[in-house]
Design a protein around this ligand. Structure first.
Ligand code: ADP
Ligand code: MG
Length: 333
């Protein structure tokens, strides 16, 4: 391997964000975060989850230096963040919060244009970029001339995401981004963001108090206990299958077996052959890309003993309740 190739390998295997022994004690003596070590890989979405007051927001704000740590180091893309001018740093990191912080007396378009203008873009370029971003987050451009109070909570949240993406930052920090909307809109915003993230491939740190949101959104989930102690850092599947201690087990809940359905994919080896099965025995077909939760829901919905599974237009087999059970058990190995 030549020097360039090995250099490139090092750069991409290096975490995008690394917290080393990071702590925050507020002036009143509150220990919000204690000696936290945490790595976030490039393009990874990591969820920080835990009960209220356990130091999630403090941790997030230390990454973009809205709050200064009292101990430890934070390395962003190889650079110690304390060596970067905070304003410069904050411009290069998207930040989405629940109380979106839109300017109430400016139109949606003007709100989103703020960021490109800040970067010295011309008004026409900034406008074009803002309209493009509105489309990206699923907001019709006819909303451009409206004011924030004329939008629903879900729409305002999309504006917040559009504005955070305006500078095309490699890193996005999101603090309870979908917290202010009702459960239906929340699920839709989560789906939209997951779809968006598949294209954008940002490095995302998302704070939530909702374990369902964390296991749904995160490639990895960091469970915090009070005092900013990291109780477990694992994939959703590992977390639900093997909670590290009683605190985590309690936090992920006694229904974690059901939650595992949402994070376990269906695979062809869990299917039975289609041979000799007539169409009437089958419920509506599902796609092989479905989660076990979607598969089980489809089985229950049609009240059939099996459902067809397709890859694209092609049937690849049938799924029975036994197949669901087998898939769930094998996911633990
Ligand atoms: P979370 O986001 O997990 O709910 P926070 O990071 O906001 O928790 O807060 C962690 C702890 O630090 C809490 O006990 C909170 O009361 C305390 N805290 C947060 N901000 C301050 C502050 N500015 N001064 C003193 N204590 C604070
Ligand atoms: Mg918080």
């Amino acid at each position: 391997m030549d020097a360039t190739a090995s250099g490139a390998a090092t750069a991409s295997s290096q975490p995008m964000i690394r917290l080393e022994g990071v702590g925050k004690t507020y002036p009143d003596g509150t220990v919000a975060v204690h000696e936290l070590d945490l790595d976030v890989r490039r393009g990874e979405m990591v969820c920080l989850v835990g009960p209220s007051g356990c130091g999630k927001s403090t941790t997030l704000k230390m990454i973009n230096r809205l709050i200064e740590p009292t101990t430890g180091r934070i390395i962003l893309d190889g650079t110690d963040v304390t060596e970067v001018d905070p304003v410069q740093l904050q411009r290069g990191i998207g930040y989405v919060i629940q109380q979106i912080g839109l300017f109430p007396h400016q139109t949606i378009l003007a709100n989103v244009m703020t960021v490109p203008l800040l970067y010295g873009e011309s008004r026409s370029t900034a406008k074009a970029r803002a309209l493009e971003l509105m489309e990206t987050v699923g907001l019709e451009t006819s909303y451009a001339a409206r004011y924030p109070h004329q939008l629903s909570g879900g729409q305002r949240q999309r504006v917040g995401v559009a504005r955070a993406l305006a500078a095309d930052p490699p890193v996005l920090l999101m603090d309870e981004p979908f917290g202010a909307v009702d459960p239906v809109v929340r699920a839709r915003l989560q789906d939209e963001f997951l779809r968006l993230q598949r294209d954008l491939n940002k490095t995302v740190v998302l704070v939530t108090h909702d374990i369902d949101e964390a296991v749904r959104m995160g490639d990895r989930v960091a469970v915090f206990a009070v005092g900013g102690r990291l109780a477990q850092y694992a994939t959703p599947m590992e977390l639900l299958a093997r909670p590290a201690d009683d605190f985590v087990a309690d936090f992920v809940g006694s229904t974690r077996g059901l939650r595992r359905l949402t994070v376990t994919p269906l695979r062809e080896e869990h299917l039975e052959p289609l041979d000799g099965i007539s169409g009437g025995q089958l419920g509506a077909a599902i796609d092989i890309d479905s989660s076990l939760e979607e598969a089980l829901a489809a089985l229950l919905r049609d009240d059939k003993a099996m459902i067809g599974v397709k890859r694209g237009a092609q049937f690849v087999g049938v799924l029975t309740p036994n197949g669901v059970h087998q898939a769930l058990r094998e996911s633990l190995r």
